[in-house]
Design a protein around this ligand. Sequence first.
Ligand SMILES: NC(=O)c1ccc[n+]([C@@H]2O[C@H](COP(=O)([O-])OP(=O)(O)OC[C@H]3O[C@@H](n4cnc5c(N)ncnc54)[C@H](OP(=O)(O)O)[C@@H]3O)[C@@H](O)[C@H]2O)c1
Length: 279
Amino acid sequence: MVATILHGRALAETLRERLTEEAARYAHVYGRRATLALVSAGHDPTAALYAGQVARSCQRIGLDCQMRSFDDDVAEAALRETVARLGERDDIQGVVVLLPLPPHIRQRVVTEALAPEKDIDGLGPRNAGRLLHGLASYVPSTADAARELLRDAGIALKGKTAVVVGRSNVGGKPAALLFLRARATVTICHSRTPDLAALTRRADVLFASTGRPGSITADMVKPGAVVLDAGMNAVAGRVVGDVDFEGVAEVAEAITPVPGGLGPLTNLVLIRHALLGPS
Ligand SMILES: NC(=O)c1ccc[n+]([C@@H]2O[C@H](COP(=O)([O-])OP(=O)(O)OC[C@H]3O[C@@H](n4cnc5c(N)ncnc54)[C@H](OP(=O)(O)O)[C@@H]3O)[C@@H](O)[C@H]2O)c1
């Protein structure tokens, strides 16, 4: 194996210690623990996995985590109403809508109902618009975790070629905007991009958020590239990323593993948003 593995462990530990102090300070000042609310609909295994990770991180750091789970057939209006009401509560510091939602629910309708100041995963249009304009906002936590990890590893983006694979509002788009803000030259690719490999092979920094295990293979990566894998896919009881780790690690200079890598940082970044506000 050639690549340095970007575990992000030291960064996660530092962040966890800082957040534990912040959570204690919050509890001291307000006389109660800070609280996150997670809202899910249906039984998507990846969403369940993510919810479990967030709940465990909250417990470890000293936040309360409330779960509102609905069945697959929940009405869009009921989900929207729940999210709106949770966002109005003073005793809840952040609300996260777990994705994906069942097909009959329009994600936009639900995320638009959430008060922007409680939208700690940056899913709604107000935070997305502020991110686009380079203003302080809640940035979707996986993209924010990628920014943190690069900063911690001393990998500068300025002047680099960055390629983002995936154009979702929680993955590819916010990552691309953060990379652009850091003055990388950014290309966004998706499932209809012709000759994807020709573009990804130009990347100094390659960010994958496709939701398809193994969609980035060694032949798609420039030797010496930094590869960030946002993927978190539950496959046969295991978590795997979107990148073919074994193959790509033979070519890349640095790579995030799954599990590990961006995943644990994502939870911590989400909690940081709840305790410390937008950045
Ligand atoms: N670490 C975490 O905490 C965390 C948080 C959120 C998401 N995730 C993970 O990140 C991954 C992606 O999530 P998402 O919400 O961004 O997914 P998504 O909404 O399904 O979007 C996937 C994107 O990837 C593109 N795509 C799919 N297959 C492709 C391929 N073979 N080649 C090129 N592009 C392809 C799609 O293109 P089209 O637009 O053309 O369909 C789409 O833009 C998932 O594994 C998810 O679990 C992790």
